[in-house]
Write a protein that binds this ligand. Structure first.
Ligand code: NAD
Length: 356
């Protein structure tokens, strides 16, 4: 842990109630009552009509309005429309149900309105455990941290994730894996972060191949959700490096799909950083149950079908220099110094699917 100099860290720990367990969503009405939330705005992604019906049946008159139009990267125009619906519905809390897209839109509404957030996450993005928000417009994607974006209550129920398609499960699980991996070598991350991240890596490594084989296995889904929860906690308590910066640039400015990009890029950034963070790499490898972090991540990714050239996800050779320049703009901590030529070379290897 001491490889980046003397141990120094700081974090806040705001109140957040977490319920975890298959079937626990049935306790949602009681949990809402305990917090005094009587009028909810439900935010989710399109195509979840069956879940919305189930939520309506569960919540009864507590459900004031539904906004089922959440999209990835929280487009500013969508936030404007969601705020209009919020103003008309006059809820006393905002309930987000689904993946990072639903949670992200809820965070934007919570920041603008001060409404408390309740989250029922059904992917492995981990956003429900963070105060990190994002909004995108023509100029790209802006992100920041704001305590108002952190949910007050989170319920993890694996039964709600049994129909999450295996391909989305795999990519989303590798998105969580990336939080935990970057947390392991993050500057200023304390000992708690390492414990969270190690356990997240171990659980995701175990669960994701099992989910591909048996998508409706509740134990595998439980383990993946627990891994995502821990990975989200480690993301909240650490400052991310080059990998998250690159994914932010590729998604926000070039429209690449979020979770798939995280999954495809991770072995390349870990290879880039490996020599500069040997102790973290040893811990990552140990958590993956293998001698080498890069090889283990690549082989996990290949086994679950997420090892794809970035070209397949939409990155062209012409876009690489600008992506590298954007990724090197601004300052953020990373074990190895980032330069435009080095990052462009990394991106080109990942784009063509060459060895990391
Ligand atoms: P997503 O929320 O877009 O979900 C992917 C797809 O899966 C959607 O079509 C959704 O409807 C569907 N889906 C979700 N749950 C399902 C279920 N249980 N059954 C069937 N279908 C289901 O994708 P995501 O990868 O979860 O989130 C991506 C977004 O999250 C990005 O915008 C990213 O920036 C953001 N994010 C934010 C943070 C943070 O801390 N702020 C962390 C990670 C990701």
């Amino acid at each position: 842990m001491a490889e980046q100099g003397p141990l120094r860290f700081a974090f806040d720990s705001p109140a957040i109630r977490v319920r975890f367990g298959a079937g626990c969503v049935r306790e949602l009405p009681a949990e809402l009552d305990a917090l005094g939330f009587a009028r909810l705005l439900l935010i989710t992604t399109p195509g979840r009509a069956r879940d919305v019906r189930a939520m309506r049946a569960l919540l009864g008159p507590r459900l004031a309005e539904t906004f089922a139009q959440a999209l990835p990267h929280v487009p500013a125009e969508l936030v404007r429309r969601a705020l209009e619906v919020t103003a008309a519905a006059r809820p006393d809390a905002c309930l987000v149900f689904g993946g990072g897209s639903a949670v992200g839109l809820g965070k934007a509404v919570a920041r603008e309105t001060g409404l408390p957030l309740v989250a029922v996450p059904t992917t492995y993005a981990g956003s429900e455990m963070t105060s990190i928000w994002g909004i995108s417009d023509e100029g790209g994607k802006r992100t920041g941290r704001d305590a108002r974006a952190l949910p007050r209550l989170v319920l993890y129920d694996a039964e709600l994730t049994l129909d999450l398609p295996p391909a989305i499960s795999a990519a989303s699980g590798m998105n969580a894996m990336a939080h935990a991996v970057e947390a392991m070598y993050a500057a200023g991350a304390g000992p708690e972060v390492v414990i969270l991240a190690e356990d997240a890596i171990r659980r995701l490594r175990d669960a994701l191949p099992r989910i591909i084989r048996e998508p409706r296995n509740v134990d595998a889904r439980d383990q993946a959700l627990a891994g995502a929860h821990l990975a989200g906690r480690s993301l909240e308590k650490a400052v991310m490096g080059l990998h998250h910066k690159l994914c932010h640039v590729l998604g926000g400015s070039f429209g690449l799909p979020h979770a798939e990009t995280h999954a495809a890029l991770l072995p390349y950034v870990v290879a880039f950083n490996a020599a500069a963070a040997p102790e973290a790499m040893a811990r990552i490898a140990a958590a993956l149950g293998a001698p080498d972090a890069v090889t283990a991540l690549l082989s996990l990714s290949q086994s679950i079908g997420t090892a794809r050239p970035l070209a397949e996800l939409g990155l062209t050779a012409e876009q690489v220099p600008r992506a590298a320049a954007l990724a090197c703009a601004g300052s953020y901590p990373n074990p190895r110094a980032v330069t435009e030529p080095d990052v462009a070379a990394l991106l080109e290897r990942a784009r063509t699917g060459a060895a990391p």
